[in-house]
Design a protein around this ligand. Structure first.
Ligand SMILES: [Zn+2]
Ligand SMILES: [Zn+2]
Length: 183
């Protein structure tokens, strides 16, 4: 299975690299490429009233990118703006379940956002967890009831920090099966 990591707007290369390396370690038999082309953040996604960006509008753009680039079985967009879905104040990411497009936002993963002094390692680990989580959704994985599993829903950054950057045995098996079906 080939995954493309697509920067949506300018994204620090070390974050993209960290996500790439982490994904390859997590999922069996996946190849992961960082796409050189930067996709601009779609202007249409901006919601003036909320001063945030619509996650679904961005995700839709990622899906059309994925459908034009069939060599990728999935495309993970990485954005550094605050994203939302109408029923929630914010989201860390969104994905089609199952599907070929996923999105994470770095905006609320930065320790600085919470006034924390934690360093880049904490930030990178959070980005990796959310990337695994959204990619898991594209493979058809639902939310997992185990709070330490990376497929557990993150309601806040506390949940993200609590869970591990790993799929539990059950989610891993499901992911492996989905990947072997893709080939
Ligand atoms: Zn989720
Ligand atoms: Zn699980």
């Amino acid at each position: 299975m080939k995954i493309g990591i697509l920067p949506v707007g300018e994204i620090a290369p070390d974050v993209l690299l960290g996500v790439q390396q982490g994904l390859v370690k997590t999922f069996p038999d996946i190849a992961c490429t960082i796409i050189k082309r930067v996709m601009p953040v779609p202007k249409l996604a901006f919601d003036k009233k909320r001063n945030q960006y619509s996650s679904s509008v961005i995700l839709n753009e990622i899906r059309s990118y994925a459908s034009k680039h069939e060599k990728f079985h999935g495309v993970l967009g990485v954005v550094d703006v605050d994203i939302f879905v109408p029923e929630l104040n914010y989201v860390f990411g969104e994905a089609y379940t199952p599907g070929k497009a996923a999105l994470i936002s770095l905006w609320r993963l930065k320790p600085k956002f919470y006034g924390e002094s934690a360093g880049a390692d904490v930030f990178l680990l959070r980005a990796l967890k959310e990337s695994i989580h959204e990619l898991g959704h594209t493979l058809g994985l639902p939310h997992c009831p185990r709070s330490l599993c990376v497929m557990h829903f993150s309601n806040s950054i506390f949940d993200t920090d609590k869970k591990q950057s790993l799929l539990c045995d059950q989610c891993y098996l499901q992911a492996a099966l989905a990947i072997s079906n893709i080939g």
